[in-house]
Write a protein that binds this ligand. Structure first.
Ligand code: PEP
Ligand code: MG
Length: 556
């Protein structure tokens, strides 16, 4: 290499570099990069002494070490779940409750014991081998949910390994405050360590917008960008970065001019947000005088509280899956009712739209057994599954009818494709209403999440009081691209004219029918004018977005 080449390499190293990732939690921040490669470092368990010397009492000792460690982390996880629920977020707490169930899973425990007994290895070594096997099984699966399970397995194995070897510190304890953390991926328990820290942003090699890490980051208002597979090749320790987690752009070693513009953007965003917050509790009325209620999508108590604080005009989508995930038996009517009442308490007196359980074959519920399907997204999910398990449907309807005592309830049927999908629910509702001697039943709505449903608005509309567009799924099905699969992300565009056209066709077919929109598209302020023009009368969005969405409507 001649001096000119060397000089140009150095210049390249020092010149600004812009990289593009996938924004998974919004916000604009700047900070110094801290590279943390080994959150998921290999588990270097000391191997058990030569197996030839293995004796019966050694095996028993290892089995007992395993039992003690399992019991200890099981207790820890229960305490952790309670703490997280109180201090951070009920949905994140569910992750740790699920870990507690997993660590006590009979199949897993038997496999660990078998490994110790048959291969004459230490408890630590058995944990390493067995968990790696399980983790790989999950990571090889296509669905993001299954891959998240792989992360869960890794998380539990580290916890169990640490309990066996007496390690009590976490590798994230040493990261500096206010840094931009660059790492491979985050496990649920890593997020707990970040909760107490004031780091500026997180850059991840891997992690979908639906991953635990993304969920946590959004809850904490921590800007995060993922989908940066070559992250460690481009970032280095101590480099200054501008992180735009709204667009996914990261500027490394910015010029003075780039920094100045970025700072102006930060200040502008802050001003706009402050202004929007001032008016958040007032209704959103377009310049033409049309009021568009802005409701909230919620899944847990904290969501509802945040939503009401941010000026929600009601709840447009209550996802009840939380009450079912991580359980070994489905909740009965009373349990479900208590969970719903707790979740919705802050919205008393407001209109609340409860969606029936929307679970798919790729989100297996332990009590339904394992239902292997080649194409889970095209298989038994949402109402299709409830039609197969009528008792599951009945329990939900019974709890929801009870809820009408305290709330102005509307009921939403997920994944409707055929008119029969709503008729089944309508008949069950009428039947139950008669048994309970109710004079009035809640309004019934169909979620329009498949192109077939959008194009059948007329026939489906005959049996319901309103339609709600679930554009997340509508986009996945219209573009034939799995919404959880980052490899086909290019095909997922919920703001595409294709989706807006489907909304307009449905509106033209049923012009009198109240239409709402509860997919992520409802929160994209850049599409507001077109959404309002296409006949959407109500929007439902994540709680933090409400002030800005209301502001956007006011400028239509
Ligand atoms: C949707 O599909 O747009 C929707 C709101 O439902 P979910 O994201 O829960 O599938
Ligand atoms: Mg959906």
């Amino acid at each position: 290499m001649n001096d000119d080449d060397k000089g140009s390499q150095v210049a390249q190293l020092q010149s600004p570099l812009i990289i593009q990732g996938k924004p998974i939690s919004p916000g604009l921040v700047k900070g110094v990069i801290h590279v943390h490669r080994n959150i998921l470092g290999p588990i270097d368990a000391p191997e058990y002494p030569d197996s030839n010397n293995h004796r019966k009492h050694d095996t028993e000792e290892q089995l007992s070490r395993l039992d003690v460690a399992t019991a200890s982390i099981s207790d820890d996880l229960l305490v952790l779940a309670e703490r997280v629920e109180d201090e951070i977020d009920a949905r994140l707490a569910e992750v740790f409750s699920a870990h507690q169930l997993m660590v006590n899973d009979v199949t897993l425990r038997q496999e660990l014991r078998k490994e110790i007994i048959e291969n004459l290895v230490s408890a630590t070594s058995a944990v390493k081998t067995v968990f790696l096997r399980w983790e790989k099984r999950f990571l090889l699966m296509e669905s993001q949910i299954a891959r998240d399970k792989g992360d869960d397995m890794r998380d539990i194995s580290i916890r169990l390994h640490n309990a066996l070897t007496g390690i009590t510190t976490h590798s994230l304890e040493t990261i500096p405050d206010t840094c931009v953390l660059a790492t491979s991926r985050l496990l649920p328990s890593d997020t707990i360590f970040l909760a107490g820290r004031s780091i500026a942003a997180v850059l991840l090699e891997h992690g979908s917008a639906g991953s635990h890490a993304a969920l946590f980051a959004r809850e904490m208002g921590l800007p995060a960008i993922s989908g940066l597979p070559n992250l460690f090749g481009v970032v280095s320790e101590g480099v200054f970065a501008l992180v735009n987690a709204d667009s996914g752009l990261i500027t490394l070693r910015p010029s003075a001019h780039q920094s100045l513009i970025f700072q102006e953007n930060i200040e502008h965003n802050e001003q706009v947000l402050q202004e929007a917050r001032k008016h958040a509790q007032s209704p959103a009325i377009t310049k033409g005088g049309v009021t568009i209620p802005v409701l909230a999508n919620v899944g847990c108590r904290e969501d509802t509280e945040k939503a009401m604080f941010n000026g929600a005009d009601g709840i447009g989508l209550y996802r009840i899956e939380q009450a079912y995930l991580g359980r070994t038996v489905p909740p009965n009517k009373e349990e479900l009712l208590i969970e719903m009442q707790e979740t919705l308490a802050a919205a008393k007196g407001y209109s609340v739209c409860v969606r029936l359980l929307d679970i798919g074959a790729d989100k297996p519920l332990p009590f339904l057994g394992f239902m292997a399907e080649t194409n889970p997204a095209l298989g038994r999910r949402g109402i299709r599954l409830l039609r197969e398990y009528p008792e599951l449907l009945k329990t939900q309807l019974a709890a929801i009818l009870e809820l009408t005592r305290d709330f102005d309830i509307r009921l939403l049927v997920p994944m409707v494709t055929l008119p029969t999908d709503v008729l089944v629910v309508k008949e069950a509702l009428i039947q139950l209403g008669k048994t309970l001697n109710l004079s009035q039943l809640p309004q019934l709505g169909a979620m329009i999440e498949t192109p077939a449903a959008a194009l059948s608005a007329k026939v489906i509309g005959r049996h319901v009081d309103f339609l709600s567009f679930g554009t997340n799924d509508l986009t996945q099905y219209a573009f034939a691209a799995d919404r959880e699969n980052a490899a086909v992300e290019e095909y997922i565009d919920d703001g595409s004219p294709v989706i807006l056209r489907l909304l307009e066709i449905a509106h033209d077919d049923v012009p009198e029918m109240p239409l709402s929109l509860c997919g992520e598209l409802a929160g994209r302020t850049e599409h507001m004018a077109r959404l309002v023009r296409s006949g959407i009368g109500t929007l439902s969005v994540a709680a933090p977005l409400i002030p800005m969405v209301k502001e956007a409507i006011r400028s239509v």
